[in-house]
Design a protein around this ligand. Structure first.
Ligand code: FAD
Ligand code: NAD
Length: 399
């Protein structure tokens, strides 16, 4: 009997947990499982604000896929997915193609620009390991050249973060912690450094607990961060950003964090989508496809209580992955699939150093207790993936 071919695209939170669950839930000879990823390593997107600001070694955020998955049970292909031929049940890669009986699309997200021109040309928008290394090196370079130029240009030391969502706030939290050290190292007066967070909505962290938002803003302001709220950026240029009111903030560094859309492969492959995200069936299959599952940032699920999509998070991607793996097993065994319902345990955001804010099981946390919780959440994921050895190797000290 031919074994069904399961192909998983993307080795992020969704893909890694699906792969790891399938190896545990399916017997040795029940299926051929293939995981495709553009790198031979898995990285933790949720930690990337730290290496981007230079407060964490990028190596800490990534791990070889061969070290965390049992590759005697999974075939790993390092390649780039370029298209999905849904009806032919084929995935087109840069260097070949793969047939599938069951497909899991977990290719993550891409930056959302909302049509603002100049983002890809002049801002840093890649929340990947390579993108983080580039931002970190660029920031250091700005400090290093400031004293070497005859004319002391303020824009070398002006750092703009576009968007005060969780990514923008977590990044500026790290950067604002690091600036004093950079000033000391490069002999730059602290008052010369300007950090702006520019947000279109009438508040930072729209929709989050207002008391905690105030806590975060006060803390960041005390470290020298300036907020420009209700100020949509309408263009990024080589000189900085232009705001909707026509004013300009000159800066050599613009970090783009105005949200995400699903991977462009979704649109290219012709799935019905909203900003690259597919509104999946309750059991996580793509509408009209009984053999294609879409999870993580490429999927869209509605929070029925408020009739709005859940924000794309690692928390949801991992929970979907567990249900996706068990639904594939069910299909192979001719059993019914089950529906997915997110179990949102809370949200915790780091603010740099030993500071964080969060709401966990409806309890508000801030300061060191939120920081402790954040590090425990980071370590929990490592534990799920690679048990105690991975926590000891890559984990964070919660204290
Ligand atoms: P990802 O984890 O992004 O994985 C996608 C994978 O697909 C990657 O390995 C990528 O290399 C690969 N890939 C992409 N395109 C291709 C291609 N064409 N071919 C081959 N491989 C490809 N969420 C939380 O719940 N909690 C947090 O604290 C949190 N913090 C965050 C902090 C930051 C700085 C950012 C940017 C996001 C954060 N998020 C957080 C959101 C979270 O990271 C995402 O929702 C989550 O990563 C989505 O998981 P995923 O599996 O869909 O995609
Ligand atoms: P987001 O959508 O949460 O926030 C983007 C922000 O950018 C919004 O506040 C929006 O109003 C603003 N914005 C949009 N266009 C703008 C413009 N032209 N000018 C100025 N501001 C503009 O996106 P994100 O912060 O990138 O987060 C992406 C996803 O990852 C979200 O689902 C988020 O919840 C998740 N995330 C979670 C955590 C955490 O839980 N700690 C951390 C980071 C990201």
């Amino acid at each position: 009997m031919n074994k069904p071919k399961i192909v998983i695209l993307g080795a992020g939170y969704g893909g890694m947990i699906t792969a790891s669950r399938l190896t545990k839930e399916l017997g040795y000879n029940e299926a051929d499982i293939t995981l495709v990823n553009k790198h031979d390593y898995h990285y933790q997107t949720t930690w990337l604000h730290e290496p981007a600001a230079g407060t964490l070694d990028p190596e800490k955020t990534r791990m070889k896929i061969s070290e965390v998955l049992n590759l005697s049970k999974i075939h790993f292909v390092k390649d780039v997915v370029v298209d999905i031929k849904r009806d032919e049940k084929k995935v087109i890669l840069e260097n070949g193609e793969l047939d599938f009986d069951y497909l899991v699309v977990a290719l993550g997200s891409e930056p959302e620009t909302f049509g603002v021109p100049g983002v890809f040309e002049h801002a840093f928008s890649k929340w990947t390991v390579n993108g983080a290394r580039q931002v970190r090196d660029h920031i250091e370079y700005m400090f290093s050249i400031y004293n070497n130029e005859d004319e002391k240009r303020d824009e070398l030391l002006t750092f703009v973060v576009a968007g005060a969502g969780f990514t923008g706030i977590e990044f500026i939290g790290e950067l604002s912690e690091r600036v004093p050290e950079l000033c000391k190292r490069y002999d730059v007066p602290r008052e010369k450094v300007k950090m702006y967070v520019i947000e279109a909505a009438p508040t930072a962290l729209p929709g989050f607990d207002p008391e905690l938002v105030e806590y975060a803003m006060n803390l960041l302001e005390s470290r020298g961060v300036e907020f420009k709220i209700s100020c949509p950026i309408k263009e990024v240029t080589e000189y900085g950003v232009i705001l909707a009111d026509g004013s300009e903030v000159k800066a050599e560094t613009v970090v783009w964090a105005t949200g995400v859309r699903g991977n462009s492969i979704i649109e290219k492959a012709g799935f019905e989508n909203m900003r690259g995200r597919v509104k999946v069936e309750p059991d996580l299959r793509a509408p009209g496809h009984d053999n294609i599952f879409i999870i993580g940032d490429c999927s869209l699920i509605i929070n029925e209580e408020i009739n709005r999509p859940y924000p794309p998070t690692a928390q949801i991607a991992m929970q979907q992955a567990a249900v996706c793996a068990s639904n594939i097993k069910a299909l192979i065994h001719n059993e019914p699939t089950k529906g997915f319902k997110p179990d949102i345990k809370g949200t915790v955001a780091s603010l740099g150093g030993k500071e964080a804010i969060g709401v966990v099981f409806d309890r508000k946390l801030y300061g060191s207790s939120a920081n402790f919780m954040k590090k425990m959440i980071d370590n929990r994921y490592l534990f799920m993936l690679g048990g105690t050895p991975l926590v000891l190797k890559k984990g964070k000290n919660p204290l």
